[in-house]
Design a protein. Sequence first.
Length: 189
Amino acid sequence: MQKIIYLFLFSFCVLIFSTQTFAQENPISEPVTPAKKIKWMSFEQAYELNKKKPKKIFIDMYTDWCGWCKRMDASTFVDPVIVDYMNQNFYNVKMDAERKDTIVIDGTTFVNPNPEGKRSSHQLAIELLRGKMSYPSFVFLNEKSQLLTVVPGYQPAKEFEPILHYFAKDAFTDQQWEEYKATFEGNVK
């Protein structure tokens, strides 16, 4: 019985000591801030919001099987500079190019013609990508929901930042891309 009491006291002392040490190394006063995230929405949500409060629309056109799409999600789309800029300047849409449902936009119906088929593209994805089905692809629409351009392929954050600025700031209206890119000074490290 005495051994059990000593063992209990010893365990209790170890617990107290380790708790105090942990508390000193990890003070409660340091708040843990959650990682910033892009505010993704559906195409339909962005389209309707844009009617009420015009803003450019950014569409990440992806597929479930696309490895480069997953890499964009894991690297570029979590960079805090990219996240902040996209949330401030665009309605951000994440759209599966092979989605199975029906979308109705201003009376026009878009469907996936073969929803049970493998790698069957949705009509809206085909329309937005102008038939060039490459993933990931990034669609930029103006404040009137008109196509500005499509940028295909994986983009590291440092290379993606000037692209976002080029379209958000309407620099494409009076400056060639190469000229803009050469003078761009970004914040991505």
